[in-house]
Unconditional design. Structure first.
Length: 388
């Protein structure tokens, strides 16, 4: 379509509307319309609604009790009313449901043994952020073969969460996709916002509406500014686009989440779990008028992604607490049945049982030894912590 002035020049003033005409081909017909929608979309498969999935896989009374008690205990730890350390521990990612259940049974027993000093929450991560490409987690590709049966992935994930919560284990996950929390968050006692998404407005808005405490990791460059900005944002009300339980696009209006805290995970190849880094983080949080609640991620840049260094980070943190630190309220540890990690191959029968296919993890024996020792060392020191 083009616009032209009227035939009379005297009528052509800058404030008068221009008449329009349609460009036609030599035959006088209109040009064929070109597609402008979904040029790069191959298909759109409709998912089960959150409401339908919850009806199909309901949260049992026992599981619901675990979730509620888990959230309340974590809030008490953040408020300074429970002196124990919050310990989020488990596989880097879940790819084998049976191995996850096996790990959980072991962890349930360990949690009772170390409950004097440590409050154990199982890490159950179904979604993995990727710098480029790669397996994005059990929800996205539950069969590990690029079939991307996301609907089935959601069913598998929810069933596993309910089964784990029924064991009495509070659960933690990373809130990565802004839609999946509507399907799973009623099973979760603690959520993480990762280093790649802490700066994202979408994730800050989403976290402001989550029903559980949320840990924000510092940026991949090691900076704490983005996490502090996120904590200030997440505590405020937000209004944003999302979906409701019926799967309809909706305006989500949140009250804000008062239980956000920072997670130090290192960055740019440098750790930030040492006492100097922790003290600097305390000052920055206090300057921003935020509670100096700090969780230490013992993996990622804090261990240079070397699983063997995770116990050394734990030992360092233990010593800081013995020396009087009161700001460290928790730990995150990547642990599995077997040591290290393995590559995901097309022949799934070649995968080792209980070994991570993402980041390397410490094995079960090391997990038991490390936390048992930590529990014994910290019992007296943690009991002396005053309410902040």
């Amino acid at each position: 379509m083009i616009f032209t002035c009227p035939a009379s020049d005297s009528m052509c003033h800058f404030y008068r509307p221009l008449t329009s005409s349609v460009i036609t081909q030599s035959t006088g017909s209109k040009m064929p319309e070109q597609q402008v929608n979904n040029l790069n979309v191959l298909a759109q498969d409709v998912l089960t609604t959150p409401e339908a999935l919850k009806n199909a896989v309901p949260l049992t009374e026992a599981a619901e009790r675990t979730v509620i008690e888990g959230r309340q205990t974590i809030q008490n730890i953040l408020d300074g009313n429970d002196p124990r350390l919050l310990v989020v521990v488990g596989p880097c990612s879940i790819h084998d449901v049976e191995a996850a259940l096996d790990y959980a049974r072991r962890l349930r027993e360990l949690a009772d043994q170390v409950s004097d000093s440590l409050y154990i929450v199982m890490r159950v991560y179904f979604e993995k952020p990727r710098t480029t490409v790669g397996w994005k987690g059990l929800i996205n590709d539950p069969h590990l073969n690029d079939s991307f049966e996301i609907d089935e992935g959601l069913h598998i994930a929810r069933k596993l969460l309910v089964d784990l919560a029924e064991m009495g284990l509070p659960l933690a996950t990373e809130a990565l996709d802004p839609i999946s929390p509507q399907y799973l968050q009623d099973c979760i006692s603690w959520s993480a916002i990762g280093a790649r998404t802490t700066e994202s407005q979408t994730h800050r808005e989403m976290a402001s509406g989550l029903s559980c405490p949320v840990g924000f990791k510092n940026g991949t460059d090691g900076s704490l500014d983005v996490a502090i900005n996120a904590l200030q944002s997440v505590a405020s009300p937000h209004n944003f686009l999302g979906i409701n339980q019926a799967g309809q696009v909706a305006i989500i209006r949140t009250r804000g989440n008062a239980y956000g805290h920072v997670v130090l995970r290192g960055g740019n190849g440098k750790p930030n779990y040492d006492s100097v880094s922790v003290a600097l983080a305390e000052k920055e949080l206090e300057k921003a008028k935020l509670s100096p609640n700090i969780m230490i991620d013992c993996s990622h840049a804090n261990s240079n992604k070397d699983a063997a260094l995770q116990p050394l980070v734990l030992e360092n943190v233990t010593n800081q607490i013995l020396e009087g630190n009161t700001s460290i309220i928790g730990l995150m540890v990547e642990s599995n049945i077997g040591w290290g990690n393995q590559k995901l191959t097309q022949d799934l029968s070649q995968l080792q049982y209980g070994v991570s296919i993402t980041d390397a993890c410490i094995d079960w024996d090391t997990t038991v030894e490390t936390f048992s020792r930590m529990n014994d060392k910290l019992a007296a020191a943690l009991a002396k912590r005053i309410v902040k």
